[in-house]
Design a protein around this ligand. Structure first.
Ligand code: PRP
Length: 184
């Protein structure tokens, strides 16, 4: 059975927290003219792409000082079975219609870009009032389709990373930092 070895810490808990706060402040500035008053039904919908996004989603949303509605979507990995068209299968769909919302899609990592490219098209077909992407990590060296986040935390090299939501066979999601690992 393969075991993991931590090669190095790529991003510390403090570095992540500081950058997430910055992203939250930037998003707050950019969206504040759109937001409703506290107490009204929020018109900004934070859509998290399960499961790796959970820690980033929770921290980023708490750094955005505006009323937000929450929703989540879960997709199957396109894996090796699907074509490079990036077709993915929806395992858990959004709960609400999007016409009344400014959608901020939140992802942990953009790798090939296939997941986000698919989800962007999927969301846009539902006619949200606007659409933007926030991603904690970007691995541009791996990109297969041209897609970029509107808000990006860190550009990272093409290494196998775990922690802060990212897993290796479901392991390491609850590490507070992001580490580079290798199988031994
Ligand atoms: C990861 C990540 C993105 C996707 C990015 O999800 O959360 O959704 O892969 O890869 P791509 O840019 O090559 O499409 P994963 O399938 O590992 O699921 P998880 O979030 O449940 O770990």
């Amino acid at each position: 059975m393969a075991l993991l070895e931590i090669e190095s810490v790529l991003l510390t808990e403090e570095e992540i927290a500081a950058r997430v706060r910055e992203l939250g402040e930037q998003i707050t500035q950019d969206y504040k003219h759109l937001a409703v008053e506290v107490g009204e039904a929020p018109n900004i919908l934070a859509v998290g792409v399960l499961k790796g996004v959970v820690p980033f989603y929770a921290d980023l949303c708490r750094s955005i000082k505006l009323p937000l509605a929450f929703d989540f979507i879960s997709v199957s990995s396109y894996g090796q079975a699907t074509s490079s068209s990036g077709t993915v299968r929806i395992l858990k769909d959004l709960d609400v219609p999007l016409e009344n919302y400014h959608v901020l899609m939140i992802e942990d990592i953009i790798d090939t870009g296939l997941t986000l490219a698919y989800l962007k098209e999927y969301i846009l077909r539902r006619n949200p009032r606007s659409f933007k992407i926030a991603a904690l990590l970007d691995k541009p060296d791996r990109r297969e389709v041209p897609i970029a986040a509107d808000y990006n935390g860190f550009v990272i090299p093409d290494a196998f990373v775990v922690g802060y939501g990212l897993d290796c066979k479901e392991c390491c999601r609850n590490l507070p930092h992001i580490a580079v690992v290798r199988e031994v």
